[in-house]
Design a protein around this ligand. Structure first.
Ligand SMILES: [Zn+2]
Length: 269
């Protein structure tokens, strides 16, 4: 198991259209074994499946409806049940290819939720996808922003026991409730400039995974992030936990394979 797993990455983003081959090659060179490609809306599902077939055994698809939907580059809104309805038939079609349902979750950033109804819509979309994941026997790849507590509480209420909380911005005490429920937390390279450093201190290594969230959440703001930056997360965690980068690599990869068992058969270990 010598290598990293990027548990949450937007490799289908237009940012990578021009040089995807090079991005994948650089990622492999820097020790990445596998990358989970998450979706935000049904419009990119086919592209993610195509990428997973173009880079078999390296790019693994996750399909889901993100709590925030883009109307235009300048305008976003909360997800609705119509967004989920559009996604469900495509998820069904590709269910055997998926390693998780995602990116799903709650985002209560004030500009996306103007009324309580918006929060309720997001909840319904998450509930629908948690039920789907249970039925398909898949874990969830979860986003939460300004909604750490409501997200963890809703997942627990729904009886979800396999979930990755990506770039969690809630309190460490809330994250530890998630740890008790068996959830894992993935740490992006932006950790080196973030306010969530306390979280890494408090999370047990058995509950930590690595991610890049590329092209977002890189080590430098406004600069395109890439999967090859996964080592920045590992190095940071190694310093905080006082263990070698090697140990962080091994443990986080073991954790990822435990949470996403479909990776096991496919990753060349
Ligand atoms: Zn994401």
């Amino acid at each position: 198991m010598h290598g990293y797993v990027d548990c949450h990455c937007h490799i289908s983003a237009a940012d990578f259209d021009q040089d995807i081959e090079e991005v994948v090659e650089n990622a492999k060179q820097s020790g990445l074994l596998a990358l989970l490609a998450v979706a935000e809306h049904s419009g990119e599902f086919e592209k993610i499946i195509d990428l997973s077939q173009r880079f078999p055994g390296f790019i693994f698809p996750c399909l889901g409806v993100h709590p925030v939907q883009e109307v235009s580059p300048e305008q976003q809104r909360g997800a609705s049940l119509q967004d989920l309805d559009a996604a469900l038939p495509i998820i069904e079609k590709y269910k055997d290819h998926l390693v998780a349902i995602g990116e799903v979750g709650l985002d209560f950033t004030p500009r996306y939720v103007r009324a309580d109804a918006d929060k309720e819509n997001q909840r319904q979309v998450l509930i629908g996808q948690a039920e789907l994941a249970k039925r398909l026997d898949l874990p969830l790849n979860v986003h939460s922003r300004s909604a750490g507590r409501p997200t963890i509480h809703l997942l627990k209420e729904l009886g979800v026991n396999r979930a990755l909380l990506h770039a969690f911005d809630g309190k460490p005490s809330v994250a530890l409730e998630g740890v008790k429920a068996g959830y894992l937390f993935s740490i992006p390279p932006s950790i080196i400039r973030s306010e969530q450093q306390k979280l890494v201190k408090q999370l047990p290594l058995e509950s930590i995974c690595l991610e890049t969230d590329s092209p977002a959440l890189g080590p430098e703001k406004q600069v395109r992030n890439e999967p090859k930056n996964i080592s920045i997360s590992a190095e940071y965690i190694s310093k905080v936990k006082g263990v070698s980068v090697e140990t962080v690599m091994e443990l986080t990869t073991q954790n990822a394979l435990r949470l996403f068992p479909k990776l096991k058969t496919a990753v060349a270990l």
